[in-house]
Each structure stands twice: as C-alpha cells, then as structure tokens.
Design a protein around this ligand. Structure first.
Ligand SMILES: Nc1ncnc2c1ncn2[C@@H]1O[C@H](COP(=O)(O)OP(=O)(O)OP(=O)(O)O)[C@@H](O)[C@H]1O
Ligand SMILES: [Mg+2]
Length: 500
C-alpha cells in the first residue's frame, strides 16, 4: 500500500461517524489535498466547544462562516459575535469564483452557492434587534464580578438587591441601582441600618465610581428593557434551516468591559433558561466569538473563574462555544483545556516569542506519523488548517492538515441597502424595538424621598402645640443658663453670704 493510500484509510477510519456530521474539507499529505479524504465533525460532539486560531489573514473568519452555514443547514441555530463587521454576507449566496471551483475539485465536494436566514442584532445604537438585560436579571453576583468588587462591597450589592426584592423596587437600569445605593447611605440610612445593617459611605462611593466607569463604556445602553429572551436565538426558518444571529459589535473593540458584561450575562441567561440535554445527537445552539481575546483582556481572576465555570457547565445544555483568535495563548489554559475542536490556521514565526508560541501550540496537538506539527503550523496556506476534533466516543480524531471548503455564502459584506432590507423584514426588531421606561426603583425612591420631605415641611409649618412650646422653652439658651447647676450654685453662694 502506498503512503497516500495508507493515509487515506487512516483519515477515513478516524473520521467515520455513525450519526450526522459536518464536512470541513479534505485532509492533506505533503502539502497536497487527498481528494475524498474528508475531515468530518460529528454533530454529537459540537457542544464540546472549540477554537479557531491563526495569524491574520489566514482564513479564521471564513472557517467560522463555513461552520456557521453548515450548522444552519443541519437545522442548528448559530450566534455570531461579529467584531469586525465582516460576516453579514452570510445572508446572500456566493457569486462563485474559478479559485473556489478549483478548491472544491481538489477536496472532492461539489460547490453550491446559497444564502442563509440571518437576524441582525445590536448592543448599541446601531440598527438591528436591540439586546438588553435588566440589572435584576443580571444579578448581584455577576454585577460584582464585572465591577471587580471586594468581598465587603459585594456584600453591599447583595443587600441592595435584597432590599429591592423585599420592597418591590424593580432594578431595571444602572440609574435604578445607583439611586438605591445613594438612598442607602443618604435619606434611607436609618431604614437600611434597622433592617440590613449599617452601610459605609466609602464603600458605596467606590461601587458608584465603578458603575460610572462601566457606564462610560456604554453599558447604560445595555441595561434596561425590553430584556432579550434567549429563546429567540433558537429559531428555525420554514425550510428547516437554523437562524444565524449576527451581533454587530464593530463599535465595541475599545470597550472590553461592556463586551465581557454582555457575554457573561448572555451565557448565564442561556445557562439558566435552557433545559438539561443529557446525551443528545446534536447541539441546541452554537456561539462563535470572533476576536475572543477581547473578553479575556482586562478580565479579573474572579471573572475568569466565572467564565471557566460557565464554559464547563453550559455543555450539558447543548450549547457549544467557539473562540476565534489569533493566538491560542490568548485563551486562558483552563478554558483551552475544555475545547474539543481545534482548527489551527498558519502561525507566523517572526520573533522568538512567536517561535515559542508555535512550539507550545504544536505540543497541544496529538502526534501524527504523517506530520511534523511545528513545520506544518508555519507552512499552511490560506484557507488551510490543522484540525483535531472529538469522535462520537469523545476520543481525539487523527490530526489532519485540511484544505477547507469555501463558504457557500458571500465572503464580502452586505451592502447598506441589503442590510436595511434584512433589518426591516425582521420580526424581532419590532418585538425589541420599543423603549420601555416603566416605573422602577429610581422613580419609586424619588417619590418616597419627596413625600418624606413634604411631610417634614408640613410638620415645620404646623402651629406649635403646648408640648412643643415647652420643649422649645427648654431649648432657650437663656433659660438653659438660668437653670444650669453652676448658676444655681452661684446664686446659693450669694444668698448664703447675705444671710450671714
Ligand atoms: N475556506 C476558504 N475558502 C476560500 N477562500 C478562503 C478561505 N479561507 C480564507 N480564504 C481567503 O482568505 C481571505 C482571508 O480570510 P479571513 O478573512 O477568514 O482571514 P482571518 O484569519 O479572519 O483574518 P483576520 O485575522 O484579519 O481577521 C478571504 O478573504 C478569502 O479570500
Ligand atoms: Mg477575521
């Protein structure tokens, strides 16, 4: 048997699946694609998370596009975090290209051009379905993690939430939360101290400062109503294709705090909403996070622990998380260790640091008699990647340098008018479009304070009763002096002298 035939059966055997799967492309030997040696990912293991990494321009985003459209085709909904704004083209069919035909011929797959059902979402002023969450839904724990609070400060946040719960004060936006914090050390100090213990002004001051910092990153746009129902992410269109939900995040690059706030809230919400899946044949929803280093950048240890915990737990709900980033070292080791699918595009060896990263990356892949992993990592072409997945039993598949298929949809973005049409025809845009500002903690407390002030003024304005007059006489400084012990002693002394 020739090496090529041996390699073919090695790949065929390693990538055989009982259930349904997605074809990524064909495995390569000595830099050439081996036609029909398909690299297939079982749907069953897609909830085991993944990583798409590689130097700039090597094809990461197109790999994400390929995965997303093939998932949609299998009826699996997808959520894409589009940080560069280059994914909207997925709604339109590819115009095709001779190079694409050539690529597909080498792989042994016919090329089909098609568009996919897309929903455009937004976290900010941009058009699209508005994604929001209320502070109550966010909860005290996440809020404390995001604000990077100390244990004492976290305790205060918990008390504030409890107070609002007990007193039916809805915490919708950050304005509500700030108001309650100020109330707790201001007008409502006594009320708070009685039932919840004293709260220090210096602690609330720090918390307030941190909230303002978060607001400066645009978080005030995110917190509020109408809050997004994550079930809306799992829609299937009338042809059985999963919706591809694209969150446009082009204006969030310099606001990492807002991005991690949103990500955590979304993951926590998904985790609490989706039912336990058990051992399912296909995932419920797949999330792709492009430019993922942004959520790990500036994240505190507590926040990282939180992310790590969610990544671990969310799998059992049938949710797969895929991180897309230039260097695998951008992702913390604890998270990296939980990723089942690895698609590694070419890495560049410019500096000593690059070479170290390449060595580390190579060590994280299973060994293969057909490849020198370190060399392959630097010699892969555009749209080629080293793949290692999990088979249906959860074992790593053979390492495969893969010539990846091309996206069926457009690799370029939608035009402005195409984007407008997509947004206009969306049902969800209407559902989440209206801004609701119902009465919440801010208004209720302001009313309460106003009432208390009015009552105090009324009290002042009342004609003085006898008892209050008596009280006020006692307050009179002249009487005070006349009745003071020293004065009486003095008078007694003078009397004694006179009588003698
Ligand atoms: N699977 C593929 N099929 C066909 N062409 C591809 C494929 N992958 C990449 N390309 C080509 O390579 C170009 C760059 O790919 P892509 O935008 O995915 O790179 P990237 O790694 O995401 O880059 P960046 O780090 O700058 O975001 C594409 O515009 C496309 O022309
Ligand atoms: Mg990209």
């Amino acid at each position: 048997m020739s090496t090529r035939d041996e390699f073919f059966s090695h790949i065929e055997k390693g990538y055989t699946t009982k259930g349904d799967f997605i074809t990524m492309g064909a495995a390569m030997l000595d830099g050439e694609a081996v036609t029909d040696a398909y690299v297939k990912i079982p749907l069953k293991t897609l909830n085991r998370h993944g990583l798409i990494a590689g130097a700039t321009g090597t094809g990461k985003t197109k790999t994400l596009q390929v995965l997303a459209e093939n998932l949609s085709e299998k009826g699996i909904p997808v959520l894409l975090m589009d940080l560069k704004g280059d994914l909207s083209g997925i709604a339109q069919p590819s115009p095709g290209h001779p190079k694409i035909d050539e690529r597909h011929q080498k792989i042994g797959l016919p090329f089909e051009a098609k568009g996919f059902p897309v929903e455009i979402l937004s976290l900010s002023e941009q058009d699209g379905v508005k994604l929001r969450a209320t502070v109550s839904e966010f909860g005290p724990t996440l809020l404390s993690r995001i604000l990077d609070l100390t244990v004492t400060q976290e305790g205060i946040v918990a008390v504030v939430f409890k107070y609002c719960d007990d007193n039916k004060l809805p915490l919708l936006d950050l304005k509500d939360f700030k108001k309650v914090l100020q109330y707790a050390t201001g007008e409502g100090k006594k009320e708070f101290a009685k039932d919840y213990g004293r709260i220090s002004t210096s602690s609330t001051g720090t918390i307030l400062r941190k909230i303002i910092e978060l607001e400066q990153q645009g978080a005030d746009l995110f917190f509020g109503e109408k809050s997004f129902e994550v079930d809306d992410l799992t829609r299937i269109d009338k042809n059985g294709k999963g919706y591809i939900n694209i969150i446009r995040l082009t204006d969030i690059q310099d606001r990492p705090k807002l991005f991690s706030t949103f990500m955590l809230s979304l993951l926590a919400e998904i985790y609490s909403t989706f039912p336990e899946q058990g051992d399912s044949d296909s995932p419920e929803l797949i999330l792709f996070i492009d430019e993922a280093h942004l959520i790990f950048k500036e994240a505190s240890k507590a926040l990282l622990d939180q992310i790590e915990g969610i990544v671990k737990l969310i799998r059992s709900k049938g949710i797969g998380l895929y991180f897309v980033t230039q260097n695998p070292t951008d992702v913390p080791n604890e998270v990296l260790a939980q990723l089942g699918l690895k698609v590694q595009h070419a890495l560049r060896a410019f500096t000593a640091r690059d070479r170290k990263a390449i060595k580390l990356t190579a060590e994280n892949y299973p060994e293969s008699p057909y490849y020198n992993t370190k060399e392959v990592l630097t010699s892969l072409g555009i749209g080629e990647a080293l793949i290692s997945a999990l088979d249906e039993k959860g074992r790593p598949t053979p390492l495969a340098a893969t010539l990846l298929r091309a996206p069926m949809s457009r690799m370029d973005v939608l035009t402005d008018s195409e984007l407008k049409t997509a947004i206009k025809s969306s049902k969800l845009v209407k559902k989440y479009g209206e801004v609701i500002d119902r009465e919440s903690a801010y208004e209720i407390l302001n009313e309460k304070i106003e009432k208390a002030e009015k009552a105090a003024e009324k009290e002042k304005a009342k004609p003085k009763s006898k008892s209050s007059r008596r009280r006020s006489t006692r307050q009179n400084p002249v009487i005070k002096v006349l009745t003071s012990a020293t004065f009486i002693r003095g008078v007694l002394g003078v009397l004694k002298k006179v009588l003698r």
